[in-house]
Every structure is written in C-alpha cells, then in structure tokens.
Design a protein. Structure first.
Length: 307
C-alpha cells in the first residue's frame, strides 16, 4: 500500500490502514435511512367538465391519462418539485417553509402514503408517520385507543400493556381528571394530539415522521416531546419534524430542509438554514404566510432566495 511507511523494525507503519479502518467505521455508522432522488409529487384535482362521474370518463383517464385529463378538466398541482436529499441514522431533520410549500406532502410520500410522479424514495427500515389517526376511534375511550393505536403500529398487546402507564403519564391526559376513561370525542383537539404523540412515541422507530406535533399542548408537554425525540434519536433511526416553530426546530434538530413552493431551497445545519429562512420571512417564529411585511411586498419576486 502506497501510504505505508517502513518502520525501524523492518515492518510497515499502518497509517494508511488506520485511515481505511476509520473510514470504514464512519461509513458503518453513517447509515442512510431515507434517500429522495429527484422526487416530483403531483396532485390531480378533477374539474367539472368532461363527464368526470361516468364510467366511460374514468376508463378514459386510465387508458389515455394525459389526453383524458385535459378533456375532463383535471387540474395538475405540482406540490413537490425535483427534491433530492439523503438522511442518515441518528439525525433529527427539521422541515420548514411557508404554508403550501410541500412539507406535509413530502412526509406522506416518505411514509409511503402518496405515490411519486417522478424520481424515487428509498428507505432503510419502516417509516412511521406520527399520528395513528386512522386507527383511533372517537367513540372509544382513551384507554381503548391506546391499545388500538399501539396494535396498529405493530406492538404486541403485552408491549402496549407494559407501556400503558408511561403513555398516559406522558400525554398528561389525566392531569385534570380521569379523562383516559372517557370517549375521545370528549377531548379537545390538543388532548387528542398529545395522546397520538404519546402512543407513537412509545415505540422506537426506524424513521419517525412528525408533523407539527410539538405545536400542541403547553410548554411542559412540548419540553417532554423534545426530550422524547432526542431519546428516539439515540435508540433508533432518523426523526423528521415539520414545524412552524423555529424554536422547536432549534431545540430539536441538527439539520434543516427548507422547502418553498415545492422546491428544496436549502439543506444544511439548523442555525444556517433558519437564519436564511428568518431573513426571508422577516423574523423568527412568525406564522407561516406572513413572509415579509406589506412594505416589502413589491420586491418579493425580485428578492433572490438562498440556493
């Protein structure tokens, strides 16, 4: 090996071998969990023309998709445009952007809930989108829903039983009464969201996708959520967090993807990306959609965006 240097004993210094061993170790630990390669996601919205309700029109849309879409008045909404990135095990990645920028759409595609128009999404392990909404039922008690949600995520009944008390305590549902024994329809939207987060966070995930989970509940619950995400990073794979709270992103994530109008504008360390984003929106933690004040509206189209 060219890097080897003769030592005083007639052997060879293993500097090159040590470098190769270190590189091998880094590569083993730097395991990709999600790879998005040129991903496009397109929604199709049916119009009011072309007999969209008839069986003939439906068959035409299948056989001659592009021609029939135009004839049927189908509108194409390009929600995510040519997005590419690689996420690695142990990372917590924030997704930011103003309303309608494609953040939640991208998460659903990574979770396998939406098809991609072009490109590919590769995952190592099973992605889990936070929120077991489809499994939870409003007419059942919180207790029943804990079991139902846990089973829906692949936990055994014994595993759910073992973690039940921690789930309830973490959610804070019973802090002001015995709400866990009441039907979920009696819960506020914040209580429901906290219970969903608590159920989802009870399991170690290969890839955990969280959409605005930390925006619910008081600061005490948000702090517990942030601590739980850090624990998930240590025990499992990758965490993605969509949030309009820049503080939550700063406290939780070490990397940020900035999506704007469906395009990936910036991908880098949290502080760097948030600084550029806050300059774009006109301040930290402003509600999405309030990007720049009225005095800057005329220059919005001319202002260059970070690459």
């Amino acid at each position: 090996m060219a890097d080897l240097i003769p030592d005083h004993n007639g052997g060879h210094d293993t500097a090159g071998a040590r470098r190769e061993a270190e590189l091998s170790r880094v590569l083993r630990e730097h395991i990709p969990t999600v790879v998005c390669d040129g991903v496009d996601i397109v929604y199709r919205v049916n119009g009011t023309t072309g007999g969209r309700g008839s069986a003939t029109a439906a068959l035409n849309r299948i056989v001659r998709r592009k021609q029939s879409e135009k004839a049927a008045g189908v509108r194409r909404v390009h929600a995510v445009k040519n997005v590419s990135f690689t996420a690695y095990k142990g990372e917590a990645i924030g997704l930011i952007g103003t309303n309608g920028s494609g953040k939640s759409t991208l998460l659903k595609a990574v979770a396998g809930l939406l098809p991609v128009e072009n490109g590919r999404i590769y995952t190592h392990g099973q992605p889990s989108l936070l929120g077991v909404n489809a499994a939870l039922m409003n007419d059942l008690t919180g207790e029943r829903n804990v079991y139902l949600g846990g089973l829906a995520m692949g936990m055994s009944r014994d595993q759910v039983r073992e973690r039940y008390a921690d789930i309830v305590d973490f959610s804070g549902i019973n802090e002001k009464g015995d709400f866990i024994t009441l039907p979920m329809r009696t819960y506020s939207s914040g209580m429901q969201a906290r219970l969903r987060f608590s159920i989802a966070a009870a399991k170690d995930h290969d890839v955990l996708l969280i959409d605005e989970a930390l925006a619910t509940g008081d600061r005490s619950f948000q702090k517990r959520s942030e601590d739980r995400i850090r624990a998930l990073r240590e025990h499992a794979g990758t965490v993605f967090l969509v949030s309009h709270s820049n503080k939550s992103i700063r406290d939780t994530c070490d990397r940020v993807l900035w999506l704007e109008r469906g395009e990936l504008r910036m991908d880098g360390p949290t502080d760097d990306v948030l600084a550029a984003y806050e300059e774009f929106t006109g301040g930290a933690d402003k509600p999405a959609g309030e990007a720049r004040g009225p005095q800057k509206q005329p220059n919005r189209q001319k202002s260059p965006l970070p690459a």
